[in-house]
Design a protein around this ligand. Sequence first.
Ligand code: CUA
Length: 664
Amino acid sequence: MKNYKQIAVAVFAFSLLLGFSACKPKNAGSAVSSDAASKAYVAPGKYDEFYNFVSGGFSGQMSAYGIPSGRLLRVIPVFSVDPEKGYGYSEETKPMLNTSHGFVPWDDLHHVQMSKTNGDYDGRWAFGNANNTPRVARIDLKTFRTAEIIELPNSGGNHSSPFITENTEYVVAGTRFSVPPDDKNGDIPINSYKQNFKGTLSFISVAKEDGKMDIAFQIQCPGVNFDLSRAGKGVSHGWFFFSCYNTEQANTLLEVNASQKDKDFIMAVNWKKAEEYLKAGKGRKQSVRYASNRYSDITHSATSEIKTEVTVLDAKDLKDICYFFPCPKSPHGCDVSPTGEYIVGSGKLAALIPVFSFDKLQKAIAAKDYIGEFDGIPILKYESVLYGEVKKPGLGPLHTEFDNNGNAYTSMFVSSEVVKWNIKDLKVVDRVPTYYSVGHLTVAHGDTKSPKGKYLVAYNKITKDRYLPTGPELSQSAQLYDISGDKMQLILDFPTIGEPHYAQIISADLIKNNSQKFFKMEENKHPYFSNGEATTKVVREGNKVHIYMTAIRSHLTPDNIEGIRMGDEVYFHVTNLEQDWDVPHGFAVKGAANAELLIMPGETQTLKWYPTKVGIYPMYCTDFCSALHQEMTGYIRVSPAGSNVPLLFSTGKNYPVSDTAKAK
Ligand code: CUA
């Protein structure tokens, strides 16, 4: 690994070279324009031009950064509980993490995709995948909150996900691990992989109006590992392209056994054809169990439903929906050019980048130009589908995105660089180092029909020597490049939350004007909503106690509560009465075994609490809300089980001692 000083000197020398030898830049005269720091500088009070939504990997979350500043704007909890926001801890959000395995508080989020209209981002939703317990989440970009999570049956390791068609008709997910179908007896020898394991693709429909997701159908495919994918667009709209590895069908020591063949496959899927078969009743109803979880901004609550059936199309029987074509050495990224004509395969162990032609693919299919079959699926001839190869691009190509000038940008893991090449003539035109070992990369609108170019971010796996050390574990890094000129220029390094995998960069204009400021009180349909302090109350139902509470600067109502007994199950239903932007209140009570609540204006959230000892328990607002935030507190009295202390609640007044002093 190079010494960072050498690199800094090299970068400095390189920028000097650019500054003096390039032809006259647009703002010649402004020496600052060639300065990297100024390109990433967004002055205090100014907004970034783009949002960058970044997967959090094993943190299970997604984060939003400003580009070009690299400022972290928000961490959005998706698949993992988040005590900061009460996500997965409040009674309202717990159902979001329900699955057919019960409550699952963690996952591994790898890929982010924006919703699209006419092949470009529309700023409505972001989607993310759960790798471990297969699920897809939809994040509402009005609220920056997870609005829906759907579980995927017949899947194991939902890595090949989520991928979006050009009008968000479907969010598509391929299984990483092939597994026996859910309705078959899975209690079988692992080494019966070749006979019993299947790979499944899930087509999740997305409702146009509200984004609600449902599994429209699944396609059962041969047992291989699906890795990454893109939907076709433009000329190839109606198709999907999935990279596949482990066509050796190994079930052990994959690092050796799944790297035997010189070529694995890309699988082309004609999903329009699959839709026709579905309509014609060619699907088989299969009995499964999967969770469908939705959050409502009206009831401020999530509901979880276990669904029990999917319709499965069998690729083996329906001959013309799936086709394989060979791709060298452990394909990983599988990316589609802005016009939809070129499909770029990236073999992790390859020393070239094959570029396939959709037009040639169609001709090869029409001519049945097959070299054989794999588990009932025709294999097309490599040369018949190939447009050309990018020669000597670097080592370990992984992922490719595009700009608005006919260029492609490929991340090179092994040689640790970004390589820019021309889509038409496949010539490498520029290369720039990353620090170090880049995985994914993204260009502004870089997977759409109309990329914006301008910025590219590389997400690196290794940061040794980039930042101050932080013990054994170092932060992963993102690196921002200005790609508006002929030469790519590194302008910023910034650490990420969790391990970044895929990310997307979207124009801030598509999101910022729709950003929700607060929830309207008059629309609140939460069953335990308090429509003002006058309606607050404490209601006992057996050993359950419901506290209808409100929060407003700077007090809780009620703030004195007595008559709680040991053995009670206490629910604090806190409504934030504010109707102004950015005035959340928090709520915490001593000894609570979950987390705080963080309640937005107009919202109701519930904390469940079991008192563990007799005594007085303080509670308080956790979010600094006014100069008197520190005064925003209260007390709860817990008496022994069977006590006859009456249920009393108040704010700003004291009951006569004779009422409250009674104890058994
Ligand atoms: Cu409300 Cu601090």
